[in-house]
Design a protein around this ligand. Structure first.
Ligand code: LRH
Ligand code: MN
Ligand code: MN
Length: 388
């Protein structure tokens, strides 16, 4: 087994990005339950995200979703975030909530609709210019519900054209990540359903375009770590949207449904060099907290990623390679499982204390009085929500 201390030293490289929308109220199509203390503004969402980072040391960036997080002055928003010890990360575009996009956005048959959707993305890049964000994340709700409803091929051609115009506007140090999803809200076909389609488009666009892998966007049983390995091998993995799912795109706490899958993904992340900051793979969460409290939910999430990363760092790579080369099936599997079954929690508590952090972030949050403070303060106004 790899030395625990050496593994934990490498954990310092782990930097996660949390989504602003995780702090707002969200729900299913049946009901959105409100929770006390829910942020009313993006500033309040950032303050909550900063609390998560302060207690865990793991989440230095907050991703924005435009127009949910629209403000007049993004330079000032960035300065506000910096003052709280966090930065603004990926800018997510949104062409899925306006009536005009009923039959598509970047793929739409009507050039006027495509123009509006392209312009929205250009405005997102303006936001990135102001915040210093590196990545524009594009996820499209485009697709059809019935065979024959649309010309699948023509939609791909229009998508390629629209993306090319957006790509051309990217600055030297900016990138575009194209997120795929095999269903929902369209149910017959989506225009970017899988990593292959995202790869084909980003390859045609160039070096600044990469694939975004949302762990909840695959058919049940998909071997996600294989996709991670392949995209890293091809130099095309731009970012993750981490979450977990039991059935569909559940957006539950990462590592909650299947910690072993998260471990396997982190094994490939490490194997592919993507834990190193130079790799420029953004490790983002994309989650919603419908029932549980949002700040503890985010703390739990980042701790889950840290825990499975620590276990993945414990894999004895040299011994594993040897077993693999010798055709030692059970031996190789045992080496991986030994790391997975190691309880790293006491060592992680020590890791935190040695870095001036609290040993138990969830207990520290409960004792901090922060929740009571925001419950008392954040009354009136409109509580921010998924889509607010
Ligand atoms: C789509 C998605 C995409 C959106 C987010 C709110 O299902 O994963 O990343 O931006 O949810
Ligand atoms: Mn996503
Ligand atoms: Mn999703």
């Amino acid at each position: 087994m790899t030395d625990m201390a050496a593994a934990l030293d490498r954990l310092d490289e782990l930097a996660l990005e949390v989504p602003s929308w995780a702090y707002g109220n969200s729900g299913t199509r049946f009901k959105v339950f409100g929770t006390p203390g829910t942020p009313r503004t993006i500033e309040e969402k950032i303050a909550d995200a900063a609390k998560v980072n302060e207690l865990t040391g793991l989440a230095p960036l907050v991703a924005l979703h435009i127009p949910w997080d629209k403000v007049d002055d993004y330079v000032a928003l960035n300065a506000y975030a910096k003052d709280l010890g966090v930065g603004l990360g990926t800018v997510n575009s949104n062409t899925f909530q306006d009536d005009i996009y009923k039959f598509g956005s970047l793929t739409h048959v009507d050039a006027k609709v495509r123009r509006q959707a392209i312009n929205h993305h250009l405005e997102c890049i303006d936001v990135m210019d102001a915040t210093g964000s590196r990545d524009l994340k594009i996820w499209l709700a485009d697709g059809t519900n019935y065979p024959g409803q649309g010309d699948i091929r023509g939609r791909q051609d229009r998508l390629a054209e629209s993306l090319a115009e957006i790509y051309a506007r990217l600055g030297e140090n900016q990138r575009m990540v194209l997120e795929y999803k095999f269903f929902e809200p369209a149910f017959y076909h989506t225009d970017v359903p899988d990593w292959g389609t995202s790869y084909a488009h980003t390859l045609a666009l160039g070096e600044k375009a990469k694939v975004c892998l949302d762990t909840g966007h695959h058919a049940p049983g998909t071997n996600i770590e294989f996709i991670v390995a392949q995209l890293l091998r091809l130099g095309k993995l731009g970012s993750f949207d981490f979450n977990s799912r039991f059935y569909a795109d559940d957006d539950l706490i990462v590592g909650a449904a299947d910690p072993f899958q998260l471990f396997r993904i982190m094994c490939e992340v490490i194997r592919g060099g993507a834990l190193e900051p130079a790799s420029q793979v953004a490790l983002m969460l994309d989650q919603c907290h419908n029932l549980e409290e949002k700040i503890p939910g985010q703390i739990r999430s980042v701790l889950n990623v840290q825990e499975m990363t620590a276990r993945a760092l414990l894999v004895d790579r040299a011994a594993l390679a040897e077993a693999q080369n010798e055709g030692d099936v059970l031996g190789a599997n045992a080496i991986l499982m030994d790391a997975f079954y190691t309880d790293v929690r006491p060592a992680l508590a020590d890791w935190r204390e040695s870095r001036g952090l609290t040993a138990d972030p969830l207990a520290a949050y409960a004792a901090s009085g922060y929740q009571k403070k925001i419950n008392d303060e954040r009354v009136g106004g409109t509580q921010a929500g998924w889509g607010a």
